[in-house]
Design a protein around this ligand. Sequence first.
Ligand SMILES: Nc1ncnc2c1ncn2[C@@H]1O[C@H](COP(=O)(O)OP(=O)(O)O)[C@@H](O)[C@H]1O
Ligand SMILES: O=C(O)C1=C[C@@H](OP(=O)(O)O)[C@@H](O)[C@H](O)C1
Ligand SMILES: [Mg+2]
Length: 182
Amino acid sequence: MTQTPTPTRPTTGRRPAAVLIGFMGAGKSTVGRLLADRLGVDFVDTDIELVRRTGRSIPEIFSSDGVDGFRTIEENVVTDVLDNHSGVVSLGGGAVTTAGVRDALTGHRVVYLRVSAERGYERVSGTDRPLLDTEDPAARYAELLAERTDTYSSVCSFEVDADAAPEAVADAIVTELARELM
Ligand SMILES: Nc1ncnc2c1ncn2[C@@H]1O[C@H](COP(=O)(O)OP(=O)(O)O)[C@@H](O)[C@H]1O
Ligand SMILES: O=C(O)C1=C[C@@H](OP(=O)(O)O)[C@@H](O)[C@H](O)C1
Ligand SMILES: [Mg+2]
């Protein structure tokens, strides 16, 4: 009897050492780069990759394609990077709101950088993050953070306190990764 193979995305067999998730301002981009340096591996930030591939900035994509259009592009970039990258990968804060991204994270080592609304908002206030382009960005920040917290927890392998300084957050991740090797 012939068996029908399960369709899978073509991959290079490379897997990220760690995938960083968490809300805007948690420090995923900053800590991801530090962590990659410490581990001596490559670093990919999927937002930077998305801008490179589309030739458009994130605010441009939000204003022309809307949030749903952005999520579609983001899902394609994230799934491709997860399939083909072997170092540290940092996602954009909203990537996990897409079911296809959550599915693609299954089996990966996913690190949740948990930030408080106070620290996180201080870090992103006044930047060009389109979702905070509202009348009361601090309230919007707190609301979105509360909405997403359970999702971050549900897809992560472990979490770290991201209110700490970037070096301390990177250290905490290295410690946990080393513990997993014991
Ligand atoms: N742990 C931290 N402590 C203090 N400032 C931080 C920390 N992590 C990031 N930052 C600063 O906060 C801002 C947002 O950081 P970023 O890495 O872009 O966060 P994310 O990618 O999670 O949105 C940057 O200006 C960065 O320098
Ligand atoms: O939380 C979000 O929905 C977003 C987070 C941003 O990335 P950072 O989390 O790196 O700021 C960026 O992808 C976009 O502005 C949307
Ligand atoms: Mg980032």
